[in-house]
Ligand binder design. Structure first.
Ligand SMILES: [Zn+2]
Length: 74
């Protein structure tokens, strides 16, 4: 299962950032995903593989999706 991730999506992760926010906005998509913390604006690059297991929800176009509801057909 490959999770569909798009620039502009806001991810809710299982674990909170030290600033207290669990929401990260996707700003770059590739082998590594560029994320900006919604709480403190910190930018990080995370490998897609590492990130996929940490996602609780994906907010896209006004909808909250579970990761398993946002997949790319293999
Ligand atoms: Zn933060």
């Amino acid at each position: 299962m490959v999770i569909r991730l798009e620039i502009g999506d806001v991810l809710t992760l299982k674990k909170a950032h030290p600033c207290g926010s669990k929401e990260w906005k996707i700003v770059r998509v590739g082998v590594d995903i560029g994320l900006r913390c919604v709480g403190c604006d910190r930018f990080v690059m995370v490998s897609r593989r590492k990130l996929e297991g940490k996602i609780r929800e994906i907010y896209r176009e006004g909808q909250y999706l579970k990761p398993q509801e946002s997949t790319i057909e293999a």
